[in-house]
Ligand binder design. Sequence first.
Ligand SMILES: NC(=O)c1ccc[n+]([C@@H]2O[C@H](COP(=O)([O-])OP(=O)(O)OC[C@H]3O[C@@H](n4cnc5c(N)ncnc54)[C@H](O)[C@@H]3O)[C@@H](O)[C@H]2O)c1
Length: 329
Amino acid sequence: MNRVILVTGGAGYIGSHVCKALAQAGAVPICYDTLEKGHDWAVKWGPLERGDVGDAARLDDVCRRHRPTGVIHLAGYIEVGESVRQPERYLHNNAVKTDVLIAAALRHGIEAFVFSSTCAVYGIPQTDLLSETHRIAPISPYAESKARVEGALTAAAGRGLRAASLRYFNAAGADADGEIGEAHDPETHLLPLAADAALGLGPPLTLLGTDYPTPDGSCIRDFVHVTDLAQAHLKALAWLAATANAGVHEVFNLGSGAGYSVRQAIAETARSAGAAVPHEIGPRRAGDPPKLVGDITKAQRDLGWRPARELAVQIEDTLRWRRAMPRRR
Ligand SMILES: NC(=O)c1ccc[n+]([C@@H]2O[C@H](COP(=O)([O-])OP(=O)(O)OC[C@H]3O[C@@H](n4cnc5c(N)ncnc54)[C@H](O)[C@@H]3O)[C@@H](O)[C@H]2O)c1
């Protein structure tokens, strides 16, 4: 792939893995990030252009100098709980600013636009397995911001943009070479918190609810390895390049297609670490459905994407990364 791709949020967790995958495929990733949440140590596979997705003049400058043919848009705020407390801040950063990026993409003749959406757009599942045809009913400002961007991309497809929204389930794991991994502050995701607890690098894990209608009472989630996720972005770019439609916006679920409970993930972390995961039982978190598992048939069929790295690999990689990652003192 001999192309220049603008990767917004490329200094973040998933974005840095996307940049590595692009570089390995022969493309040049231009990391466009404020570094508000990302890390300069995670930018290793192309230039860093510090900038905000809502800054049209800066985007014009970067697009004129690098001439990207595609955009992968991962930049955004990611904490559901924080979005409930600060809805306007989330809608502004994630949705309003993305309108500026979409306008820039149209202005600069970008051929393909890939967007990081989320399974949270489905809200409370009405079916056992979530497919892309499930109704869209976000229950948090975070999910609402993602649904709004999907709507904006459908409108932009009418003006000739070729776009794909990738609805991730739970991104997990870390780079197999140990170069990059998840480093959020605060960290709210299960696997790094469980790993830190097992390794004595963090406090005991709080298990949020054990009275769900699931076999072991804890929530069931669909964990997908970040390296598999990154590959899906390359597949989406190729799919968009191959489509005959002048303007298009398609959505794809990206998960593993299998569900594991929080208790199963804790048990697997303990097995892999060779140490117990200290944890305490807390109350349910508002808005957490008992089960979120994706039907990934569409991505498999249309993109030719196959997630290969199962939960045990995700946990091994997480443990290796959490032992070695740069931490604030
Ligand atoms: N982590 C998951 O499990 C998950 C699940 C579903 C969807 N997503 C989506 O995937 C994307 C990446 O998630 P992540 O876990 O890598 O998050 P992250 O916080 O590690 O990375 C996001 C990056 O975006 C940057 N950023 C934020 N606002 C910006 C702006 N206005 N302009 C430029 N840069 C900005 C941050 O500095 C950060 O580097 C997000 O859009 C998130 O909503 C993540």
